[in-house]
Design a protein around this ligand. Structure first.
Ligand code: AMP
Length: 280
């Protein structure tokens, strides 16, 4: 069975051994409760690297005070089964105390963390950038894998790696969906049966936006308006944001014809779901 280690030292011992053997190393950072979306990242990493480390850590610093850190689902046994099946070599599953004691240092990326999800989650990306930097320094991978599901996170991590000269290739991987279109997410487990149906309004409105673009509409405001109207037909949904932005700068796009990210966050009951599509 795949080893599950709790300490930074143990991870470093494994990686040191692999490096001595001349092996390449891939990293897939996750918060656990793994599903097919995570699995696709791990499988891609296994294809492209000799040894793959999956970090499985519900990172407290990326949750706001009124968010779901305590209740976030956890199941390390099931995660180990999935990682093993996907071909990973090691799981790093630290306690918060292993990752943080009396730390005075954080990593923050300006500007692109203040928009989209950053508006309602003002401390979220500081937590993400800090933990991802730490994981990069602990594992020192050649490549690290992130899902396009968290498009802003991918954009922020890419910028951080460029700005801080991490010698790591960031690989973005496509969104994996349920058969009916809902993007897979560990948070989908919060949804009641009725909410699960209502949650389809996210992917449905993205489909609408994409088809408007494909049939020649370039006015971003017109497209987001139509997408919002579509979501608002669903009584259990409450929009946080629906925006079309430049794929790199995350600045609002006027023209939706290319190099854009159409992103949304929508509450279904108490659960906040995100989804997006990109046209590059
Ligand atoms: P999380 O455990 O939610 O922090 O996600 C860990 C990584 O898996 C992130 O890079 C996510 O973008 C990625 N991920 C989560 N859900 C999906 C999905 N449905 N499809 C592709 N990647 C995903």
């Amino acid at each position: 069975m795949i080893p599950v280690v709790k300490t930074i030292d143990e991870v470093r011992q494994y990686v040191k051994l692999w490096r001595k053997e001349g092996k390449t190393v891939g990293l897939v950072p996750t918060m656990g409760y793994l599903h097919e979306g995570h699995k696709s990242l791990i499988e891609r990493a296994v294809k492209e690297n000799d040894c793959v480390v999956v970090s499985d850590f519900v990172n407290p610093t990326q949750f706001g005070p009124n968010e779901d850190f305590e209740t976030y689902p956890r199941d390390i046994q099931a995660d180990a089964v999935l990682c093993e099946a996907a071909g990973a070599k090691l799981i790093f599953n630290p306690e918060p105390s292993e990752m943080y004691h009396d730390a005075l240092t954080t990593v923050s990326v300006d500007k692109i963390t203040k928009v989209l999800c950053g508006k309602t989650r003002p401390t979220h990306f500081n937590g993400v950038c800090t933990v991802v930097s730490k994981l990069f320094n602990i594992v020192m991978p050649d490549k690290a894998y992130f899902g396009q599901k968290d498009a802003q996170q991918l954009c922020v991590v890419k910028k951080m790696v460029k700005d801080l000269n991490f010698d790591i290739e960031i690989v973005g991987c496509p969104i994996i969906r349920e058969a009916d279109g809902l993007a897979k997410s560990s948070r989908n487990t919060y949804l009641s049966a009725e909410e699960r149906k209502a949650a389809l309004c996210l992917s449905r409105s993205l489909k609408l936006g994409r088809s408007m673009i494909e049939s020649g509409e370039t006015n971003a405001a017109k497209i987001t308006q139509a997408m919002k109207a579509d979501i608002n037909k669903e009584p259990l949904a409450r929009i946080d944001y629906v925006e079309i932005v430049n794929i790199e700068t995350l600045e609002p796009a006027v023209d939706a014809s290319g190099h854009i990210l159409a992103a949304m966050a929508v509450y279904i009951g108490k659960t906040r779901l995100i989804d997006n599509f990109m046209i590059d």
